[in-house]
Design a protein. Structure first.
Length: 275
C-alpha cells in the first residue's frame, strides 16, 4: 500500500505529463479563457496524459522486463500492473468527463491528442512515422484551448503547425534517454533511425522553425520582446544539444525543449496570437 502512490507516479511518465499539462494550461490562459476554464482544461489534459503514460508502461511491461529495465516498476514487479490498470480506467473516465465539460469541440480535439499518444504506444513508435503521433497530438493543443467554452473558436492553422513542430522536437528529446534500450529491443522509430546526433539536430530545427512561424505571423506586433523570446528559444535549443551530448540518458534535452515551447507560448501571449 505504501508503494502504490510511488508506482503510479513513476509509471505515469511524470516529467512529460507535467510539462504537457503546464503548456496546455498556459495556452488556455493565452487564449483568454477564464481562470476556472484554464483549471478545467489543465485537469482534462492531465487526465489524458496520465492515460498515455500508464498505458505505455502497461503495453511495454513484457519488453521492459526482457530488457532488464530496472527503472520500470512493472518490469521489476509485474504484479503491480493491476493497480496501474485501475488507475488507468479512472483516468480514462475523468479525461472524457472533464473534456466534455469544456464543450464538444474541445472534447473532440482533446480526443485527437490522446489518440495520438495511444497510437504511439500501440506501435507507431516503432515505425519511421513515430514523430507523426507527437505532431498531431501537440498540434491539437492550441485548438483545444481556443475551442473551449465560452467563446469557442478554432485556433489559426499556423499556431497548430508551430505547436506540432514543438511536439516533434519533444519526441526526439523524450526518446533520447532510452535510445540504446529501444535499439536493443528492436524499436526502430524515427529517432532510433536518425541516431542521437541526428535526433538532436532534428529537434533543434523543429524548435527554430516553430519560433520562426510565430515570429512571421505575429512578431511584428511587439518586435522587441519577440526578438528576446526568439533568442531564448535559440539558447534553449543549444542547451538541449549540450544536454544530449553530455548526458544522453538524462531528461535535460527534453526539459530544454519544453522550456523552449514555453517561450514560444510567451511570444504568442505578448503578441496576442490566440486572441
Amino acid at each position: 500500500m505504501l508503494a502504490r502512490p510511488s508506482v503510479l507516479i513513476r509509471t505515469s511518465h511524470p516529467v512529460p505529463c507535467v510539462a504537457v499539462t503546464a503548456l496546455s494550461a498556459a495556452l488556455f490562459a493565452v487564449a483568454g479563457k477564464p481562470p476556472a476554464v484554464c483549471l478545467l482544461g489543465a485537469a482534462a489534459v492531465l487526465a489524458g496524459q496520465l492515460t498515455i503514460g500508464w498505458s505505455n508502461d502497461l503495453i511495454d511491461a513484457r519488453r521492459d522486463s526482457a530488457a532488464g529495465r530496472r527503472d520500470k516498476p512493472l518490469a521489476l514487479e509485474p504484479e503491480l500492473a493491476h493497480q496501474v490498470r485501475i488507475a488507468l480506467g479512472v483516468a480514462v473516465v475523468l479525461a472524457v468527463l472533464l473534456s466534455l465539460a469544456l464543450g464538444w469541440r474541445a472534447a473532440a480535439l482533446h480526443g485527437v491528442t490522446v489518440a495520438g499518444g495511444w497510437a504511439y504506444n500501440l506501435g507507431l513508435k516503432a515505425t519511421p512515422w513515430s514523430a507523426l503521433a507527437y505532431f498531431v497530438a501537440f498540434a491539437a493543443l492550441p485548438a483545444i484551448a481556443t475551442s473551449a467554452s465560452p467563446q469557442a473558436q478554432m485556433a489559426p492553422a499556423w499556431t497548430m503547425l508551430a505547436a506540432g513542430l514543438v511536439g516533434v522536437a519533444a519526441h526526439f528529446g523524450n526518446v533520447l534517454p532510452d535510445l540504446q534500450d529501444d535499439l536493443a529491443a528492436g524499436v526502430l522509430g524515427l529517432p532510433q533511425r536518425l541516431g542521437a546526433r541526428g535526433s538532436v539536430l532534428a529537434a533543434i530545427a523543429a524548435l527554430l522553425i516553430a519560433a520562426g512561424i510565430i515570429d512571421v505571423r505575429v512578431g511584428f506586433r511587439n518586435p522587441a520582446l519577440t526578438a528576446v523570446g526568439t533568442a531564448a528559444v535559440l539558447a534553449l535549443a543549444l542547451v538541449a544539444l549540450g544536454c544530449a551530448v553530455r548526458r544522453p540518458r538524462g531528461q535535460g534535452a527534453f526539459l530544454a525543449t519544453m522550456a523552449a515551447a514555453a517561450v514560444d507560448v510567451s511570444i504568442l501571449a505578448v503578441n496576442h496570437g490566440l486572441g
